[in-house]
Write a new protein. Structure first.
Length: 458
């Protein structure tokens, strides 16, 4: 027991004294300040709140009061229909003002009342739909998205904010210790540094209030709050924001979810990235294993879009080349609600496909008695015949290998699933005994997911 106590003492000392910037954590209270969230003077928003090490601990704790245990009970979140504008307008550089609107919303969980924060862009086209964007890895990525910076990877080939504004209001999530929520170090000149995650996340994790857990709780709460205000809520998350978007969207009741380059069958416990920003994501998402995700998606009425681009890396490249996640989800009794797209290059949002996806969500096309007009047209290079058919379908692909063929009834029931271990260009499918009527044929190739309506006759 003495050895165990000594271990914890040494561990705490390491957390307090180790630093990638060369000074001990218990000294930084003389150099760090906290940004106010409510100053009416945008040129005077750095407050001398940190006068002792206990002040610094209090501010970090107030930013991240929740634990992984709380994040495992997202149903306990109670959203409030309260949206407050924040008047200390500034971007990620403390000396530069911006026209971006900053807001917060309010929720409670486990008797704790807390805020979530976002940049807000109002649409001139539609006030009934809200988009909630969760940024990926990067410093001040929320501002990069909300400002439409064309050089940031979230905004290639066009600002994701601009695409969404065509369909509704846009809320870009601001993570703890990011953007205008950052805890700043005054370096004595016109230069500021954010409280390093080498301090922030080890401290929160060791004392039980976890950075990633707070992010997940806030995102889920934000979606629940937006659902009180809007008819439709669509969540988009890229890269490191992909799996939080998927989980928060599922638990928060979103109408549409785009998990962009954010998860894979090879890391089904969640996005595995351990980096400066979120070294604790991996452990937090273990409760959302692949079987759990499949069950939640099957029981959800939301629309899902999984996207993977060419020339990406790691597990995203694996998914682009193998379509393994798509093959796994092909067995779900939910075909109309799940889309996969691979028709773009790079680590970006699937801009070219978002119009189709957003339209499906807004019109709830899978609940339509006649979904024919909303199914993505099949490429001319893939031929399915005859149509009408009786008991056999012939499928030919001129330019890409066929990996699998599925046949569904219009109510979403899967009728047939054929998977080919060795992808082929031509195949024939023996249909089971089916009632005459209209059916959907999904053809999965190496690069895309295509669909076509067919009729079965006697």
């Amino acid at each position: 027991m003495k050895h165990l106590s000594l271990f914890f003492m040494l561990f705490v000392c390491c957390i307090y004294q180790s630093s990638s910037q060369g000074f001990p954590l218990n000294d930084i209270f003389t150099q760090y300040h906290a940004i106010t969230f409510s100053s009416n003077d945008s040129d005077n928003f750095i407050l001398d709140q940190v006068q002792s090490f206990n002040d610094l601990k209090r501010i970090v704790k107030s930013e991240c009061p929740f634990s992984i245990y709380n994040a495992e009970h997202l149903n306990d979140i109670v959203p409030l229909n309260v949206f407050n504008p924040i008047y200390g307008l500034h971007n990620q550089e403390p000396w530069a003002d911006t026209v971006l609107q900053e807001i917060n919303g309010t929720f409670s969980i486990d008797t704790v009342v807390k805020n979530w924060y976002a940049y807000y862009n109002k649409s001139s086209a539609d006030s009934t739909t809200a988009f909630f964007i969760i940024p990926g890895t990067g410093t001040h990525s929320g501002w990069q998205i909300a400002s439409g910076n064309p050089y940031d990877y979230h905004n290639i080939p066009m600002p994701i904010r601009n695409k969404c504004l065509q369909y509704g209001d846009v809320y870009t999530y601001v993570k703890p210790n990011e953007d205008f929520r950052s805890i700043w170090k005054d370096a004595g000149a016109t230069y500021y540094m954010k409280l390093d995650y080498g301090y922030f996340t080890p401290y929160t994790d060791f004392f039980g209030f976890n950075w990633a857990a707070n992010m997940q709780i806030e995102c889920t709460a934000a979606i629940k709050c937006l659902k009180l205000k809007y008819n439709k809520v669509i969540v988009l998350g890229l890269s490191n924001g992909g799996i939080p978007a998927l989980i928060a969207g599922l638990e928060g009741g979103a109408d549409g979810i785009n998990c962009a380059s954010g998860t894979s069958v090879v890391d089904y416990d969640g996005f595995p990235l351990n980096n400066f920003e979120n070294p604790y994501f991996y452990d937090m998402y273990k409760q959302y294993g692949l079987d759990s995700l499949k069950l939640k998606i099957s029981n959800s009425n939301a629309y899902f879009l999984f996207s993977f681009g060419d020339n990406d890396c790691c597990s995203n490249a694996y998914e682009y080349n193998t379509h393994s996640l798509q093959d796994t989800f092909a067995t779900l009794n939910h075909p109309c609600h799940i889309d996969f797209t691979y028709n773009f290059s790079g680590h970006h949002f699937p801009i070219a496909y978002l119009d189709t996806f957003i339209t499906k969500v807004k019109l709830d096309t899978c609940s339509s008695p006649s979904p024919v007009n909303f199914i993505p047209p099949i490429e001319e290079a893939i031929h399915i015949y005859p149509n009408p058919a009786k008991d056999i379908l012939h499928i030919q692909s001129a330019s890409d290998d066929v990996k699998s063929v599925q046949v569904y009834a219009l109510n979403g029931e899967q009728i047939l699933f054929e998977k080919y271990s060795n992808p082929i260009r031509e195949t024939s499918v023996q249909l089971p005994s089916l009632a005459p009527g209209t059916y959907i044929v999904n053809v999965v190739t190496r690069k895309k997911h295509s669909a076509k309506i067919i009729s079965l006759s006697n």
